[in-house]
Design a binder for this molecule. Structure first.
Ligand SMILES: Cc1cc2nc3c(=O)[nH]c(=O)nc-3n(C[C@H](O)[C@H](O)[C@H](O)COP(=O)(O)OP(=O)(O)OC[C@H]3O[C@@H](n4cnc5c(N)ncnc54)[C@H](O)[C@@H]3O)c2cc1C
Length: 392
């Protein structure tokens, strides 16, 4: 017999886990299906750029106190363009925030969220459970999964897809619109001659943007985006050649680059859910939208998906508005709440990629002027900080 749950979340990454934790206020029973083994993600060193708003979400869930000592605060963001004097600086103090954002390892975040989930009796987390089929029906959704070499299934009033986008296209009627940038992101950790002083650098170059995010006492996380062929060349260099190339590309602001850890790359694309609708199913996080990392938006938009969905469910259940979980009205409300933030995040990111990644002379001069203007126009700066921190 198929077991019935209130909510089944497919994917126990950061977004699915935050949703499961945030649902505790409403006493619903929740099952999380997670393909990886327990603890397997805890060693993932991928550096996530957390917005100040994401910190508040984690604080409200009671996990920030464990993470704070592992996170590196970004107090200033320095934005510049190679080959021009135009630059802009955003400063946390100017905007009355204790930080503009934080850099945190994916593994540290996963470990804190897994630990918090293990203390929630209403949440059942099934590790090594790979969802193979999600069927939204008129009354319930059915999720089929493989675990311990057996096929099992659960029905739920609401199924939430938070699997990073791996199964979306297997669900009837659900499709994503994808734009391939033809660029890859090269990620690593580097050490420089000068300390970071909690400053994050975003440097736009004709090749593509380079971001250096303070990570730990002395290191920076590097995200260097460029055409795939160029990234392949950068990956093929030895460490010394690579550090020299980075220095040449980034400039002298941080002195020489002294050390680089293992370099990895991944393809960049923009993807968003087509306006499709499936009953008793919501798609959140990277599964719903994938963004270029240029403005550090994607992960934070995903956390806001989870937080908004939980707030909506909690409100409905606490007020006992008698609207069943996963009803069309509830799903419409969710889409209405989230669509603006998602669209803005996608457009803002795509705009930055297009405007800051070409070398046309007029455009280049315009960019330099725009950065100079941004630096002196306080309301525009405040708008930008608010957008990056809270999505509005
Ligand atoms: C290679 C790579 C590097 C990245 N580097 C950076 C970076 O440097 N900085 C940054 O800010 N962002 C980075 N990102 C983006 C960032 O990782 C995402 O924004 C963030 O992880 C999204 O969280 P999520 O929970 O939506 O998805 P994910 O983190 O992808 O989590 C999805 C979870 O679902 C599980 N899952 C998948 N399929 C199934 C299934 N069928 N059944 C059950 N469980 C399933 C997975 O095991 C995983 O735990 C990177 C992404 C990739 C792919």
């Amino acid at each position: 017999m198929t077991e019935m749950r209130d909510i089944v979340i497919v994917g126990g990454g950061p977004v699915g886990s935050v949703l499961a934790l945030a649902l505790q206020a409403s006493n619903v029973n929740v099952t999380v299906l997670e393909a990886r083994a327990k603890d397997a993600a805890h060693s993932d060193k991928r550096a996530l750029a957390l917005s100040y708003g994401s910190r508040i979400i984690l604080e409200q869930l009671g996990v920030w106190s464990q993470l704070e000592k592992k996170a590196t605060a970004i107090n200033t963001i320095h934005i510049s363009q190679k080959g021009s004097l135009g630059r802009a600086k955003l400063d946390a103090k100017e905007h009355k925030q204790s930080a503009l954002g934080y850099v945190l390892a994916y593994g540290d975040l996963s470990a804190a969220l897994d630990e918090a989930l293990s203390q929630q009796p209403e949440v059942q987390v099934l590790y090594e459970a790979v969802a193979t089929k999600i069927q939204p029906n008129t009354d319930v959704a059915t999720v089929t999964f493989n675990r311990e070499n057996a096929e099992q299934s659960l029905t739920a009033q609401l199924a939430v897809l938070a699997d990073g986008g791996r199964s979306l296209e297997t669900i009837e009627g659900m499709t994503r619109e994808t734009k391939e940038y033809g660029h890859d992101a090269l990620v690593s950790k580097v050490k420089c001659e000068l300390p970071h002083q909690n400053i994050a650098y975003e440097r736009f170059t004709a090749m593509g943007p380079v971001a250096l995010l303070p990570n730990g006492a002395r290191d920076f996380s590097l995200v260097w985006t460029a055409e795939r062929g160029k990234v392949d060349q950068l990956l093929a260099l030895n460490d010394e050649q690579f550090l020299e190339s980075l220095h040449h590309h980034f400039g002298d602001r941080l002195g020489r680059f002294l050390h680089v850890e293992k370099r990895l790359s991944f393809p960049l694309k923009m993807a968003s859910l087509k306006p499709t609708f499936a009953p008793h199913l919501v798609v959140i996080g990277n599964a719903a939208q994938t963004m270029h990392p240029v403005a550090g938006q994607g992960f934070n938009v995903g956390l806001r998906d989870a937080s908004s969905l939980a707030a909506l469910i909690n409100k409905e259940l606490i007020n006992q508005t008698a609207e069943p979980l996963g009803s069309n009205r509830m799903l419409e409300q969710y889409h209405a709440v989230r669509s603006k933030d998602t669209k803005r995040g996608l457009m803002f990111t795509d705009f930055l990629v297009n405007v800051f990644s070409n070398d046309i002379v007029g455009v280049s001069a315009g960019r330099a002027a725009a950065l100079g203007l941004l630096d002196i126009l306080k309301p525009v700066k405040s708008h930008l900080v608010s957008k990056m921190s809270f999505g509005k």
